[in-house]
Design a protein. Structure first.
Length: 303
């Protein structure tokens, strides 16, 4: 296929700065569809038009990649994540605008450049109800791509995103305002808040999505119980997380899928569909034996 020019420029710059990444990146890109290349190109084009540069976006992706390799090496050596509390990472990551900007742009690009991450995006777009009305809640939108995709793909009447990071809120705001052009009348709001410390009170939602947040918190059970509380009885609930996946701000370590399944069960939720993604090129058994990252995504319902 003819590679979109912005995507090709980004790939060239990424590999110029990080040539050791070529094999992994090439293998992942071979699995992208023409439509997914178009989506990535659209994302890059938007931020380039906003004044970012290919060099900056490549730096963002490489910063995220190199940092993840460093943290995974620490995990392999010590059998634990480097940090275990929110306080240890909050100022360095979430409230550090310069780093958080790089982190979020890099993570958004990794959605397409990392094989497991594109599979998780596909699972989200495949399972989310397209024709359902009502209200959509996203906890921790981060770079904003998932909530923008939901607004583009679905028919919900209102969308709410909540995040503790001012940087994430602003990135999400700009991205969604761009992607919502086809649905300008749809209600949309973002709130910088802690999902547990600022309760949503009597609000109930027809869809609740929380992508890769549980590994960032000290008490995942509190988050899952609050999700159950704010979700309507027949709500679409989608939660993704990871096992043995060390990143600078991952503080809660899940050791296997059984731990996650037990967590859901304890919180009054059951699994409708699941996606278990071992390390690229390995079986789940090989991945678990070597304690390499596993990505997991679940569609849930209330018991």
């Amino acid at each position: 296929m003819n590679m979109p020019s912005n995507v090709q420029k980004l790939i060239d710059k990424v590999l110029e700065e990080n040539p050791m990444h070529r094999r992994i990146l090439t293998a992942a890109l071979e699995k992208l569809t023409t439509e997914e290349f178009r989506l990535l190109d659209s994302y890059l084009s938007f931020w380039l038009e906003k004044g970012l540069t290919v060099d900056y976006l490549a730096e963002a992706y490489n910063t995220h990649t190199v940092s993840t390799v460093r943290e995974q090496s620490y995990f392999q050596k010590h059998g634990k994540y480097r940090y275990s509390s929110f306080a240890e990472v909050a100022d360095e990551v979430y409230f550090n605008n310069e780093f958080m900007s790089l982190y979020m742009y890099g993570l958004a690009i990794a959605t397409f450049f990392w094989a497991n991450h594109i599979e998780m995006l596909r699972f989200f777009r495949e399972t989310i109800p397209r024709d359902r009305k009502g209200s959509y809640l996203e906890i921790g939108p981060g770079h904003g791509y998932y909530i923008a995709a939901a607004m583009n793909d679905c028919a919900f009447d209102s969308y709410l995103g909540i995040d503790i990071s001012e940087t994430s809120i602003e990135q999400t705001r700009q991205l969604v305002e761009h992607y919502r052009k086809g649905r300008p009348s749809v209600a949309f709001s973002l709130q910088q808040m802690d999902f547990l410390e600022t309760p949503l009170n009597d609000k109930r939602f027809d869809a609740v999505f929380m992508g890769e947040v549980l590994e960032h918190v000290e008490q995942p059970g509190l988050f899952m119980r609050e999700i159950r509380r704010v979700a309507k009885d027949d709500a679409y609930i989608h939660v993704s997380t990871c096992i043995n996946a060390a990143v600078i701000d991952h503080i809660y370590l899940f050791n296997d899928t059984k731990e996650i399944e037990n967590l859901f069960d304890d919180c009054g939720l059951k699994i409708k569909r699941e996606l278990i993604l071992p390390y690229a090129g390995m079986t789940i058994e090989e991945t678990m034996e070597k304690r390499l990252p596993v990505s997991v995504s679940y569609v849930l319902e209330k018991n």
